[in-house]
Design a protein around this ligand. Structure first.
Ligand SMILES: Nc1ncnc2c1ncn2[C@@H]1O[C@H](COP(=O)(O)OP(=O)(O)OP(=O)(O)O)[C@@H](O)[C@H]1O
Ligand SMILES: [Mg+2]
Length: 449
């Protein structure tokens, strides 16, 4: 059963249900009709007996049965008994019935060898004295024939109904499920590696239509994330190639041994710079993998935000100066926050790094922080190249980068990690930006947890 296709399973269940309903329906019809027919036979017998008791006349001790001939033609047989139970008229053709003991006003059923009868006895009075008994009997033959025909009809239509129902069920479930077969075969082809294919179903708002739509949306996501992963791998190797090339050429120069101590110093300095770039990159990648595996255990401490900001700004001072970017800070005095120091530091590093990286000539960066409604609000603002409106909703996505031609280096991980850090501290972050005017990030972090 488990291996059967759904449409067959559906049809089988449907067929079974239909069969049960049909059997119940037939049963109900049969019982009702047989009761009604029997009842009408009984009523007829009683009505005939009523007529007999009203019309019967005696000629001496005998009865003139001819008067009752009309009733006999309606299928009711009459036998007349004297008060002591001896047959005085009729009963010739049904000796076995005539022999039966008399029972006053009681409807009885009698089964003979190959026939069934209903019997009803009535007493005839003259001045409150029983002068005779009359027995009416009806053969149930026609009733049984009718029931037999009914049984034949019900039995023969059941398989016809069943065939129609199963064929109809199969047709309907085939029709309803045929889009699923299309989805399956397309999915199979996509599974072979062609991520650009789509189902492109006509927009129908039913279950299958929604499934197809969801499937296409999922493929969009898969394709773009797959492309970005590919891009990422080539970016990583590209980014690593430069520092490694610098390190190896500096080391080679130094090893040639002709250079003076001054040159050794500058070679080592260059090597150190490239190493710190790489280490920054690795820590970013490490954080990415931790954020994705959900393994990072947050170490909440009481921190002074001012100290952290100043430390980060100090580290960026040289790079900012080289790019001619000025940094301003403005914060309330007592900015205590319960947070993970490594993460909060990384958040500022990534945001300030962006602000410098995407700055323009005569650029500035302003960092404000202040308490607000029990939270701490931080604003990092710059007057750099800004972010185009259509990119703004995506900048917190993993590997998302605005037009790579603007600034070559980077993976599109910085803001993704910032967002992760803010989320992990149950805070919120929003970005406002205008191309060529600048960008402002506003962060709210709960001061206590
Ligand atoms: N202050 C900013 N000014 C202008 N554009 C910005 C700013 N901050 C972010 N962006 C844009 O948002 C994109 C995503 O930023 P994000 O920090 O995530 O990646 P990245 O800086 O390109 O790479 P990474 O931070 O991994 O080195 C960037 O490509 C950049 O174009
Ligand atoms: Mg960045």
């Amino acid at each position: 059963m488990k291996k059967l296709p759904i449409r067959i399973k559906l049809t089988l269940w449907y067929g079974l249900l239909f069969l049960i309903l049909l059997i119940l329906f037939n049963f109900f019809i049969y019982i009702t009709i047989s009761r009604t027919l029997k009842q009408s036979e009984e009523n007829l017998l009683k009505a005939h007996m009523n007529m007999v008791t009203n019309t019967i006349t005696f000629e001496g001790p005998y009865v003139n049965l001819n008067e009752l001939y009309g009733i006999m033609t309606l299928g009711t047989f009459i036998t007349v008994y004297n008060p002591s139970g001896v047959v005085i008229s009729g009963g010739e053709s049904q000796i076995e019935i005539a022999k039966l003991d008399l029972a006053f006003s009681k409807l009885r059923e009698l089964k003979l060898d190959n026939s069934r009868w209903i019997i009803y006895d009535e007493a005839i009075y003259n001045n409150k004295e029983i002068i005779a008994w009359v027995r009416g009997s009806r053969d149930l033959q026609s009733f049984e024939t009718a029931l037999f025909r009914l049984r034949i009809i019900l039995f023969s239509v059941t398989p016809i109904y069943m065939i129609i129902a199963v064929a109809g069920g199969l047709f309907l479930s085939n029709r309803a499920l045929s889009p699923i077969s299309r989805i399956t075969s397309t999915a199979r082809e996509i599974g072979k590696g062609d991520l650009s294919r789509r189902l492109k179903f006509p927009v129908i708002e039913d279950e299958v239509g929604k499934l197809a739509m969801t499937f296409d949306e999922m493929l969009d996501m898969l394709e773009s994330s797959f492309k970005r992963e590919k891009q990422f791998a080539s970016d990583v190797s590209h980014e690593l190639r430069t520092p490694i090339a610098v390190i190896s050429s500096q080391a080679e120069d130094a090893l040639r041994g002709k250079a003076g101590i001054k040159k050794y110093g500058s070679a080592l300095k260059n090597i150190q710079q490239e190493c710190s770039k790489m280490s920054n990159m690795f820590s970013q990648l490490l954080m990415l993998s931790r954020s994705e595996s959900g393994r990072y255990s947050v170490n909440l401490e009481n921190l002074d935000l001012k100290v952290i900001i100043e430390e980060v700004v100090k580290n960026f001072k040289k790079i900012a100066e080289e790019k001619g970017v000025k940094m301003y800070m403005d914060y309330a005095d007592d900015l205590k926050i319960k947070a993970d120091q490594t993460l909060i530091t990384r958040m500022f590093v990534n945001l300030i790094d962006n602000a410098i990286k995407y700055s323009k000539k005569d650029g500035y960066i302003k960092i404000f922080s202040m308490p607000e409604d029990g939270d701490i609000k931080i604003i990092i603002e710059d007057n750099g190249i800004g972010i185009p409106e259509e990119d703004l909703p995506h900048i917190f996505e993993r590997f998302y980068r605005v037009d790579r031609s603007r600034v070559r280096d980077g993976f599109g991980l910085g803001l993704f990690i910032v967002k992760w850090i803010v989320d992990i501290h149950r805070g919120s972050i929003t970005a406002k930006s205008e191309t060529d005017k600048g960008t402002a990030f506003t962060i709210n972090l709960p001061a206590k947890h």
